[in-house]
Design a protein around this ligand. Structure first.
Ligand code: HEM
Length: 216
């Protein structure tokens, strides 16, 4: 509680905001996840719920449960793939002249790695533009990761928050589904939800209302 702590906290919060992790962005990300939960519930709600009930029941979610939840894990990966929330990664600057796929790129040029091109690559994914958790399941229903899954980018500048983000996504997602049933507000048809995203440097959902009904 002393001044040093306050200074460190202020520094950490400012830096997180500078890196695009301010309160508003986090809120947008949670809304984004809720938005895709709607998609999951429309198509796969029974399967996810059955797996969660069978493996976790009413126990508190722990990361170690993940390996026994292949379908849920596949749904989370597919959500991240399709959500494509950082489509252009971050700008990088060439540290030397490079010829890449026949194109000369001069040292100092700013480049944007387009993650969308990989996450929606038609040569990599069976159904690149649909929500299809089977992208991450083998023929026996076991989870498998794919090289083209790179929402956190790749290489030396890969997102350093990946481990934390993946853990949070898993714990938030499973805990929310364990405790709530998500539906559009009463009277709205599920088909009327506007799922068009808002596209900026990050991609977030258009605002819409959602009911979370306790099921514990
Ligand atoms: C679902 C959540 C997240 C996604 C999809 C994501 C994605 C990304 C992407 C695509 C980049 C650009 C990598 C590149 O330049 O090629 C990045 C950079 C970065 N991310 Fe994340 N991120 C997430 C969560 C987080 C979290 C939770 C933190 C911190 C706790 C974080 C911290 C950073 C930082 C500091 C960079 C800049 C790294 C650098 O320039 O060397 N991210 N992230």
């Amino acid at each position: 509680n002393d001044d040093c702590w306050k200074e460190m906290r202020r520094f950490a919060l400012t830096k997180m905001r500078d890196f695009g992790m301010g309160k508003k962005v986090i809120e947008d990300k949670i809304i984004e996840e809720s938005h895709y939960l709607m998609e999951v519930f429309k198509k796969f709600k029974d399967q996810v719920r059955e797996e969660l009930n069978r493996v976790i029941g009413s126990r508190q979610v722990q990361v170690v449960f993940r390996k026994n939840l292949p379908f849920t894990d596949a749904v989370i990966h597919e959500t991240q793939r399709l959500a494509n929330i950082v489509p252009m990664a971050l700008p990088h600057k060439m540290s030397q002249d490079v010829t890449f796929q026949g194109h000369f790129i001069k040292k100092g040029t700013t480049v944007y790695p387009l993650l969308t091109s990989v996450l929606y690559d038609e040569t990599e994914w069976e159904r690149p533009h649909s929500f299809y958790p089977a992208h991450f399941l083998d023929k026996d229903g076991k989870f498998f990761k794919r090289d083209a899954f790179m929402p956190f980018s790749a290489g030396r500048r890969v997102c350093p928050g990946e481990g934390l983000a993946r853990m949070e996504l898993f714990i938030f997602f499973t805990t929310l589904l364990q405790h709530f049933r998500f539906t559009p507000p009463l009277g709205d048809s599920e088909n009327e939800l506007d799922l068009t995203p808002r596209v900026c440097l990050t991609v977030s959902p258009s605002p819409h209302k959602l009911c979370a009904v306790s099921c514990m």
